[in-house]
Design a binder for this molecule. Sequence first.
Ligand code: AMP
Length: 612
Amino acid sequence: MEYVVGIDLGTTNTCVAIVEQGVPKVIPNKGGYRTTPSMVAMSESSKRLVGHLAKRQVVTNPANTIYAAKRLIGRKWNSTAGRTVAQTCPYTIVEGPHGDIRLKVREHVYSVPEISAFILAEMKMVAEQYLGGPVEKAVITVPAYFNDNQRQATKDAGRIAGLEVIRIINEPTAAALAYGFGKNLERKVAVYDLGGGTFDVSILDIGHGVFEVISTAGDTFLGGENFDLRVMQYLIETFEEETGVAIREDRMAMQRLKDAAEKARCELSNVRETVIDLPFLHTTPSGKVFHMHEALTAQQLEGLTEDLIDDTIKICARTLASASLDKKELDDVVLVGGMTRMPLVQRKVAEFFGIEPCKGVHPDEVVALGAAIQAAALVDNTPELLLLDVTPHSLGIMIVGGYFHRLIEQNTTIPTRAGHVFTTVRDNQTSVKILVLQGESDKAAENEMLGEFILSGLRRAPRGQVEVEVTFSISVDGIVSVSAKDLETGREQSITVTATSGLTEDELRDLVRQSQSYMIELRASEEIERRRQHAEKLVDTIRNLFPQVEDAMSGTRFGRDAMAKAEAVVQRAEQDLSRGDGKGLLDTIDSLDRTLGMFKNVMHKKSEAAHR
Ligand code: AMP
């Protein structure tokens, strides 16, 4: 059986879903939780901890716990986002070999896709345990406003995790899919998606199974994390004013503050006032102890964060304008992402669009459900479901003077392609360098550089005579590729892509191998643990039955021998268990099973005799 899942790889939480008998369902993890924290940590013994296990120890191990890696995926070392995260997070960010961002955890340096891969591998395991079979394919969602580098890095993460990423889809589009699935709707809707780290808004035209995105816009660095920072900032300043003590350098205190800020924020979605109580928050070098006890009202929280919500509303206005739609033409507004539980977000959205947002979808699960629907449709080749998405950014090249020449406009339906003819400017020129960028600025330097392509092996000729047509394509995943052809000879021209960030193919292959061996070791140690637990249970059961069985067989020579043999089996099992390497446990279990079988037999015969 081939299982294909949908995964919403979120900044804060990750959710996996599947379509079973036509019904999309969220798959709960071992602890019964329907979402798993997007957190990865390394314990002191270098054990990898993912999800709830990582979250549980974050306060005591902040420097080695990575959260919100999605804010860094596909970004460059010198990006504003990289700098902001470096200044505010308790873990260590270092520059990678390709101008990318890497994360130092204990003595090891990880790329960001690797960290995301650990989370995806965990979700793969969650799904495999639930489904009872291997899961090798997935549809993974990304914020609609993710650029090519971020999409490619997410796809790489899937590959490292041992998943074939059959499609990358946009989170708001996935949400719309789950919202409209099987309902035969004909509606224009806006999906407002404010999560832990990103904001997206998409306008869709839904009709007869076709989900067509008309326009999309967003901010890949605006979400709950920014709200948390505002609350933290306020608490730090108040604390400093009241005590005169600076705590910004105290990593553990900062982690506790972050947790408390988020918790308070969530509580204030339901109550008007809450208290942030953090005893023993900070101890000075001289041993003086400081506690925090600070009240925060919903009104104060709104004051601290209102401008962030206003920013999202401005983006909504922009996307409506690009869709050439009036708000009145919209039939529904769908709220997605945990942050949309904040009452002020709901009020501002309702006020802007002039409609009460729809409450029918689960903000934390709808994206994964949509991804699962798309996954099932792709595998089953469902003709009645069609997704037409758009590219969120314009694609172009740098031209003379450092200007940006657009080849594909933003909000163009994907897949799409555009050609551009390059010609040589020098006699006998054999190569041309092309810089490919994404963005909306007329200045190339202000846009996101995707890659440097070198067209090489051009035939020698006087300048201007060689004409090469370069085709820029954007796939359904929103990922860019480039191909080139000599117009005169019709020959395909070779292109070398110089990675400007992210991982090289060699690094990727290496990571895939490492990940495979890690999974093999993990499965083996889980199997040993299962056997250990089983053997321990058998030992307990046999030990408990000993007196009764001894009594049932008392006096007989056979009984004495049998009991001595049973005692020897149990003692050997206890020795095997105390060794802890799991060796020989299968034989041990076998002997214990046989002993227990014999005991049950004796007990059964005794009870039969008593009834006669
Ligand atoms: P998501 O990325 O969709 O999982 O959303 C996670 C974000 O939603 C985090 O920043 C959470 O703090 C935030 N969140 C979750 N529940 C609430 C709530 N009840 N009120 C306000 N924010 C919430």
